[in-house]
Design a protein around this ligand. Structure first.
Ligand SMILES: C[S@@+](CC[C@H](N)C(=O)[O-])C[C@H]1O[C@@H](n2cnc3c(N)ncnc32)[C@H](O)[C@@H]1O
Length: 224
């Protein structure tokens, strides 16, 4: 497994929200056209909001800055759903880097700053209760090794792209994620590459090409 670098620095994207950039790998955690816009479009609208029923089990692959977690939590606080959120992150970011991003202030939820950082930096594998009907756990697992079965309604697949970490976009990894979903469950990704779509299909997903977030023509959504 290729280990991500440690030189991530805040970078302001075109919608005004921050992401992280690594100069050594030349990668970003989100689209430079807009971090909040991309996360909202791909993971919240095409993923979370496309699941039927008020109680949703989410698996995120690649917790990173926690932006998808925060946007999901805000939906819970707004009374739209209740979520059990499992995030995989073998390489957690330092708290000083998370502090610099100021997502809670930018999203007009400044009171969440402390509780959000508490969730992001928890050091155990157990469930943490949070306000608004959300429970959260962070697992230090590599997605290539997960053996969860029929536990999730939606997977936010937010790994670095296939050119950066090709070992995370393989048939074996998609098969593991397929097994982890309940029947009818969804996997959403910002990636729209043809070979990724075909790999998802080979793993058993029915795959749709959806309109992408600003700056990207398409994205993919797989259904078990
Ligand atoms: C595109 S970034 C994360 C974006 C994140 N969701 C956010 O909003 O910041 C990809 C993340 O995947 C994590 N990652 C790298 N290898 C992984 C693996 N084998 N299993 C799970 N996550 C991994 C990285 O550490 C990084 O935080």
């Amino acid at each position: 497994m290729r280990i991500p670098p440690t030189d991530f620095k805040p970078y302001r994207t075109a919608d005004g929200s921050y992401t992280l950039r690594s100069e050594s790998w030349d990668v970003f955690h989100h689209s430079v056209v807009g971090a909040v816009n991309e996360s909202t479009h791909v993971f919240i609208k095409a993923g979370l909001e496309a699941v039927h029923g008020p109680n949703v089990d989410v698996l995120e692959v690649g917790l990173g800055t926690g932006l998808n977690l925060l946007l999901t939590w805000i939906r819970c606080l707004e009374g739209k759903c209740a979520v059990r959120y499992t995030a995989l992150e073998p390489f957690p970011l330092p708290v000083a880097t998370l502090e610099e991003l100021q997502y809670c202030e930018d999203l007009a939820w400044p009171g969440l700053h402390g509780p959000f950082l508490d969730l992001m930096t928890c050091t155990h594998d157990d469930w943490n209760g949070a306000e608004g009907g959300m429970t959260f756990r962070k697992l230090p697992l590599n997605v290539s090794e997960i053996d969860h079965e029929e536990m999730y309604d939606v997977i936010y697949f937010d790994a670095f792209g296939p050119n950066t970490q090709p070992e995370l976009w393989t048939l074996q990894v998609f098969q593991r994620m397929h097994r982890a979903l309940r029947h009818g469950g969804l996997l959403v990704t910002y990636c729209a590459k043809g070979d990724v779509r075909r790999t998802m299909q080979a793993a058993g997903f029915g795959v749709e090409r959806l309109q992408g977030p600003p700056g990207k023509r398409e994205m993919l959504r797989g259904r078990k």
